[in-house]
Ligand binder design. Structure first.
Ligand code: CA
Length: 249
């Protein structure tokens, strides 16, 4: 197996879609710091936008700082859990101070990279996928009511897609005093392509379609634009955000 250093490249697009009046998704990334984030906000009025952008800003600041700290190295999962706890507190306390923001929150899916080691953090129903050798694999598990029913065998996947409860998520950042993220540790290989996205993409496009679209050899910004266009053509019922991250030698 090759031990060459991996170089990451990335591109991202966010789009309001065709039905929603505003865009409550937010994203942010730093290739240099190895941090990539997608958040999908929820809450009345402008609260969803505030929650998702606050989460991205806080996490970029907290996770991007690790390279600058020359003290003892903190293990990434611990650092990520701590940063997520602080971002949760920032959103929650802001919603407590302003009644118009009560109940606001956001999903979070993040990719954190150190050389070949990759961590995926998740809260809610935004997703991370990995394309490896033209095979797409979903890394995260949705924290949603219907997905939990499917996992317990109480609902089929097609019932879940049609359920009126499909929007209900069971974990969110900022809606309560504490939250526990899922953290997955992976090892990157040259050629891996990671997709982070909000549910506005995955509601419109099947995994099979995503797999074939991502297997086309195109620059990442062109691939992102194609994904978003396809989701809009398929309905565009929600805000659509995707980040693509490629590991290359
Ligand atoms: Ca959404």
């Amino acid at each position: 197996m090759s031990t060459a250093v991996l170089h990451y490249t990335a591109a991202a697009v966010t789009d309001r879609g065709r039905k929603r009046p505003s865009n409550e998704d937010a994203f942010g990334f730093s290739v240099e710091e190895g941090v990539y984030l997608v958040c999908d906000g929820m809450g009345g009025a402008a609260a969803g936008e505030i929650a998702s952008s606050l989460a991205v800003d806080e996490l970029l600041r907290l996770l991007g700082r690790r390279a600058a700290d020359d003290g003892e190295a903190v293990a990434m999962p611990m650092l990520a859990a701590e940063a997520i706890g602080m971002a949760n507190e920032a959103i929650f306390s802001r919603s407590q101070r302003n009644h118009k923001l009560n109940g606001m929150g956001t999903t979070l899916v993040g990719l954190l990279v150190e050389e070949r080691r990759v961590w995926v953090v998740n809260i809610g129903d935004s997703r991370c996928y990995r394309l490896r050798y033209r095979r797409l694999e979903q890394i995260t598990q949705d924290h949603s009511l219907v997905e939990e029913q499917v996992r317990m065998g109480r609902m089929t996947r097609s019932e879940a897609l049609r359920s009126p409860l499909r929007n209900v998520i069971t974990r969110a950042l900022g809606t309560q005093g504490k939250v526990t993220p899922d953290i997955f540790e992976l090892e990157a290989e040259p050629g891996d392509l990671y997709l982070l996205c909000s549910d506005g993409l995955t509601r419109e496009l099947t995994d099979a379609l995503l797999e074939s679209m991502l297997s086309i050899d195109l620059p990442l910004d062109a691939l992102c634009a194609r994904l978003v266009d396809a989701a809009k053509k398929a309905g565009g019922g929600d805000n659509i955000t995707c980040i693509l991250v490629r590991a290359g030698e």
